[in-house]
Design a protein around this ligand. Structure first.
Ligand SMILES: [Zn+2]
Length: 157
C-alpha cells in the first residue's frame, strides 16, 4: 500500500502531533515557529530520523497561493502560505490547527485535517468592521479612517 503524504504546519507540531506510518512534510520556516522546548525537541527528533521531511514549495505555486489568499482576507504568514503551496505541489492534505490555513485550503481544494478540532466546514470570507462607528472595510486595517477606533474582523454573511 502506498503511504499517504501529509503536510504539517507549526500549529500541528505545537499541538502535539505524533507521526504514524505516513510520510510527512513541512517547510523549513516552520522550525523557527516552533518555540517551546518540548515541541522543538520532538520536531528535531522526527527530522533527524527522517520521519518528517523538509521540502520547499515551488515559487510559482507560492505566488498563486498568495493571490488566492488576498481574495479571502485571511491573514496568513509566508510560512503558512508555503505550507499550503507545498500541499498543492504534493497533492497532499495539510494537518493544521489554524483556521486561516484551513479556510484558504478549502478555497483552493486542498484537504486538511485537524489533530483535535473538528475544523471548519465552509469557506469563510472575512469582513472588517469598526468597533466605534461600525463602518465596514473589505480589507484589514488597524484603525478606522473615520473615527480612529479599532478594526475587528468577522465572517461575512
Ligand atoms: Zn469608525
Amino acid at each position: 500500500m502506498n503511504k499517504l503524504k501529509l503536510v504539517l504546519d507549526s500549529s500541528a507540531l505545537i499541538g502535539g502531533f505524533l507521526p504514524e506510518e505516513d510520510e510527512y512534510y513541512t517547510v523549513s520556516d516552520v522550525i523557527d515557529e516552533v518555540e517551546d522546548c518540548q515541541s522543538k525537541e520532538r520536531l528535531s527528533y522526527f527530522l533527524n530520523s527522517g520521519k518528517i521531511k523538509i521540502k520547499e514549495p515551488k515559487k510559482e505555486i507560492v505566488d498563486e497561493v498568495i493571490k488566492k489568499t488576498q481574495k479571502t482576507g485571511d491573514q496568513l504568514s509566508l510560512t503558512d502560505i508555503k505550507i499550503i503551496a507545498l500541499a498543492v505541489e504534493l497533492d497532499s492534505p495539510i494537518i493544521s490547527e489554524d483556521y486561516g490555513i484551513q479556510n484558504v485550503s478549502s478555497l483552493i481544494n486542498v484537504k486538511y485535517k485537524s489533530i483535535r478540532e473538528p475544523g471548519i466546514k465552509k469557506i469563510i470570507n472575512w469582513e472588517y468592521y469598526c468597533m466605534g462607528c461600525r463602518k465596514i472595510y473589505s480589507n484589514t486595517r488597524k484603525t478606522c479612517q473615520d473615527c480612529g477606533s479599532i478594526i475587528k474582523r468577522r465572517p461575512k454573511k
